[in-house]
Design a protein around this ligand. Structure first.
Ligand SMILES: NC(=O)c1ccc[n+]([C@@H]2O[C@H](COP(=O)([O-])OP(=O)(O)OC[C@H]3O[C@@H](n4cnc5c(N)ncnc54)[C@H](OP(=O)(O)O)[C@@H]3O)[C@@H](O)[C@H]2O)c1
Ligand SMILES: *[C@@H]1O[C@H](CO)[C@@H](O)[C@H](O)[C@H]1NC(C)=O
Length: 308
């Protein structure tokens, strides 16, 4: 049994927060408290304690909320990850033992990834901040790098997939490798790593945990979709180098959505640390996660999309 008992979850009704919550709730030893923004429209589960804080997560409001808590798990939305500097400061001041940042991506400690878009940049800086704090002994941390979620990607027209239109967009030759983990394995990996705390298997303290069910290319992804649906897609190709220039200029001019195109580019080109097998040791087996095949995951994602 984990030495962690009291768990705070931020962003509990989000794409990954809801899956993390389901995994946490399977553990009867955890007492879960949710933190929600004042302007949130989410309906929180009535059987759990929810505490409302101001939208910007002010440190002074969070300190009393975090007191007596062992772990803060953050599943907040991409564009707000820099708010975590204030949240981490509150966790340290309140004596929280372990912080799990909103990460769930690629190797954001890479300078080239940080230079590609603001979200990779801010996530990388948050990791650097946590590393420094852990070195001075005031808090532990761990983060999950899981590559892409195919179900989320399909629902959000990501990775070149436009399922409804039977259209697929390749970045360059479509041969860049990127790792994928299901939402469920990402969440279960997080929970299993927490459960190891305080045991002789506590191997994930102060580390970025690399998860991958498999690494694929865009070409392999399209082949799987066409094989499972039994239809042919129309394809297009974009040049990643000019696309990056165009989107970075658009973001600089105020186009917020352009950041998501740059995030996507970070994965599909294979150039920015999204092929996790190349970046570090994959922990799926050590964390006891079930194996998933590409076809099984694509089929489930198509079902969730409602197009199979
Ligand atoms: N690997 C992948 O394929 C993948 C895909 C998508 C996202 N991600 C990553 O996973 C993490 C979570 O992303 P997500 O898509 O799950 O998040 P999301 O669903 O967009 O949002 C999660 C929660 O963030 C909270 N939040 C905090 N500040 C907010 C703001 N200014 N506007 C809106 N919501 C705000 C909200 O909680 P309350 O309403 O309860 O306050 C919201 O429910 C991010 O780090 C993201 O980059 C990874
Ligand atoms: C992640 O990127 C950093 C910076 O480029 C690199 O030093 C490190 O080896 C990469 N992988 C891991 C497992 O940290």
């Amino acid at each position: 049994m984990s030495t962690f008992k009291n768990i705070i979850l931020i962003g509990a009704m989000g794409s990954i927060g809801s899956v993390v919550l389901a995994a946490l709730e399977k553990e009867p030893s955890f007492t879960i408290t949710l933190v929600q923004r004042a302007s949130s429209k989410a309906t929180m589960p009535a059987h759990l304690k929810t505490i409302t804080v101001s939208n910007s997560y002010p440190t002074n409001e969070l300190i009393p909320v975090f007191r007596g808590q062992d772990v803060v798990i953050n599943c907040m939305t991409s564009l707000s990850v820099a708010d975590q500097f204030r949240i981490i400061d509150a966790a340290i001041a309140a004596g929280v033992r372990r912080y799990v940042p909103s990460e769930y991506g690629l190797n954001n400690t890479r300078r080239d990834a940080q230079a590609l878009n603001l979200v990779f940049h801010d996530k990388g800086k948050i990791q650097e901040y946590l590393r420094a704090k852990a070195q001075s002994g005031v808090i532990e941390w761990m983060s999950i790098s899981c590559g892409m979620w195919l179900r989320w990607s399909m629902a959000n027209d990501f990775l070149g997939m436009h399922i409804g239109e039977r259209r697929f967009v390749f970045w360059d030759d479509g041969e860049g490798y990127f790792s994928c983990t299901t939402e469920e394995n990402s969440a279960q990996g997080l929970v299993n790593a927490l459960l190891a705390a305080g045991t002789d298997r506590d191997d994930w303290k102060n580390t970025n945990i690399y998860l991958s069910d498999f690494a694929i290319t865009q070409k392999q992804l399209l082949e799987a979709i066409e094989r499972i649906q039994g239809v042919k897609y129309t394809t297009e190709t974009i040049d990643s180098y000019s696309f990056i220039k165009e989107k970075q200029a658009a973001v600089a001019a105020g186009d917020v959505v352009g950041t998501f195109a740059l995030i996507e580019t970070g994965f599909v080109t294979g150039r920015y640390g999204g092929h996790l097998e190349k970046e570090g040791e994959i922990q799926n087996d050590k964390l006891g996660l079930p194996k998933k095949s590409l076809d099984e995951v694509v089929e489930a994602a198509l079902k969730a999309y409602g197009d199979i």
